[in-house]
Write a protein that binds this ligand. Structure first.
Ligand SMILES: C[S@@+](CC[C@H](N)C(=O)[O-])C[C@H]1O[C@@H](n2cnc3c(N)ncnc32)[C@H](O)[C@@H]1O
Length: 344
C-alpha cells in the first residue's frame, strides 16, 4: 500500500493574502463610528445605514461581515434583525469608552493603509513612503505642522500603548524608585497609568514643545497634576530630566542606530545610581522568527522613517552594555509587546 504524504494546508496563504479585506472593513467601521453609534442601542441595518448615510447595496454585507468577524452581534435574521456591539467592541471601539483603542485604527485607515501600498518602493529604495516622501521635513515636524494631524497621532499612540502601560504598571517593581521620567511621553499616558498604581512615585512627561499642552490637559483630566509634571524639549539637543527610572515607549524604534545609541547614552547620563531604563516596544524575538507583529512594525518604521527599525532584547542589551549599563531583563507586557530593561 502506498502512503501519500498529507498536503500542506493552503489556508494560511489565503488568509494572509485576503487579510486586507477584513482589515479595511473594521477600519472603515471605526472611521464611520459604527461602534460609537451602537452604544447601548440595537438598530436594524436600515436604521444604522441611514444614520451613517450609506447606500442600501452594501448595508447587509458590511454589517454582517462585522458580525461574522465577531465585532458586532445580531439578534434575528433578515430585514428586522438588530445589530449591537460585542462586549469587546463596546469596551475598545466606542469612542467614549475610557478604554477606547480606536485611535490607532483611525490612523491606520487614514495614513498607513495607503502608505503601505508603496512597500515595494520602500524595499527597493530604503526611503520613507509617508507624508515626508516628497518634502524636506522630518516625520514629526511634518506630522505636527497641523493640529488635527498632531491630535490624530496622539490618539493613535494612546490606542496602541494603553494596554502595555497598564501591564507595565502592574508587572514592574517600582517600589524602590521615587522618580520617573517618560521620554517622548506624548499625552502623558504612561505617567498617568504608573502614577495611578504607585502613589509614592513622582513623574515627568517629556516631549516636544507642541505636545506639552496636550499632555497637561490629559494629566489634569486624570486629576494627577500634583504628581505628574511636564517638560518640553528635544531629546537630541537637550539633556533628559534626571530620574530614577527613564521610560521610552516606542521611542528607540523611531530612529537609526546612531540615534538609538545617543538616546541610550542620554538616559544613562540622566539616571540616578542604580536607576533603570525601560523601553516598551513590540520587541522582536532574538532569533527573529516568531514575533510577526514586531517584524511588521519594523517594516512600518521603514515606511515611516526609512532608516529606523525595531529590535530584539539582545540588540538592546548590546547597545546598553556599550553605554555602561550593568544588568538586563525583559518583561512580557501584552500581546507582541515587552519591556526591555537596563539597570545602571
Ligand atoms: C511613537 S511616539 C510614542 C509615544 C508614547 N511614548 C507611546 O509609547 O505611546 C514618539 C514620541 O516621541 C516624541 N518625539 C519625537 N521626536 C522627539 C524629540 N526630538 N524630542 C522629544 N520628543 C520627541 C513624539 O512627539 C512622540 O510623542
Amino acid at each position: 500500500m502506498t502512503r501519500t504524504m498529507p498536503q500542506p494546508d493552503p489556508s494560511p496563504i489565503l488568509q494572509t493574502a485576503f487579510a486586507f479585506w477584513s482589515s479595511k472593513v473594521l477600519l472603515t467601521a471605526v472611521d464611520f463610528g459604527v461602534f460609537t453609534r451602537l452604544r447601548d442601542r440595537r438598530l436594524t441595518g436600515r436604521e444604522l445605514g441611514a444614520e451613517l448615510g450609506l447606500h442600501p447595496r452594501g448595508i447587509a454585507d458590511f454589517f454582517d461581515s462585522l458580525v461574522a468577524m465577531r465585532f458586532l452581534e445580531r439578534e434575528g435574521d433578515g430585514a428586522s434583525a438588530k445589530y449591537f456591539n460585542t462586549p469587546a467592541a463596546a469596551l475598545y471601539l466606542d469612542k467614549d469608552s475610557p478604554r477606547y483603542v480606536g485611535g490607532i485604527l483611525i490612523m491606520l485607515n487614514d495614513r498607513l493603509f495607503k502608505f503601505w501600498h508603496d512597500l515595494p518602493e520602500a524595499l527597493r529604495t530604503g526611503r520613507p513612503q509617508n507624508e515626508i516622501k516628497h518634502g524636506q521635513k522630518g516625520m514629526f515636524e511634518e506630522l505636527y505642522s497641523e493640529l488635527p494631524r498632531l491630535e490624530q497621532f496622539m490618539g493613535a499612540m494612546t490606542g496602541l500603548s494603553r494596554i502595555n502601560f497598564e501591564a507595565l504598571a502592574e508587572k514592574f517593581d517600582f517600589s524602590r524608585f521615587k522618580t520617573l521620567c517618560d521620554v517622548g511621553g506624548a499625552t502623558g499616558l504612561l505617567s498617568i497609568e504608573v502614577a495611578r498604581k504607585h502613589p509614592h512615585l513622582k513623574c515627568t512627561s517629556f516631549d516636544l514643545p507642541p505636545v506639552e499642552p496636550i499632555a497637561r490637559k490629559h494629566i489634569a483630566t486624570a486629576g494627577l497634576g500634583n504628581r505628574i509634571g511636564t517638560a518640553a524639549g528635544n531629546f537630541f539637543k537637550d539633556p533628559l530630566p534626571r530620574a530614577d527610572v527613564i521610560t521610552m515607549g516606542m521611542i528607540l524604534h523611531d530612529w537609526n542606530l546612531e540615534k538609538k545609541k545617543h538616546l541610550i547614552r542620554a538616559a544613562y547620563d540622566a539616571l540616578s545610581a542604580n536607576g533603570a531604563l525601560i523601553t516598551i516596544e513590540a520587541l522582536i524575538d532574538d532569533a527573529r522568527r516568531e514575533n510577526v507583529f514586531g517584524l511588521l512594525m519594523s517594516l512600518n518604521m521603514l515606511i515611516e522613517f526609512g532608516d529606523a527599525f525595531d529590535y530584539s532584547g539582545a540588540d538592546f542589551q548590546e547597545w546598553c552594555i556599550e553605554a555602561g549599563f550593568k544588568r538586563f531583563e525583559v518583561i512580557h507586557l501584552f500581546g507582541p509587546s515587552s519591556a526591555a530593561i537596563a539597570y545602571k
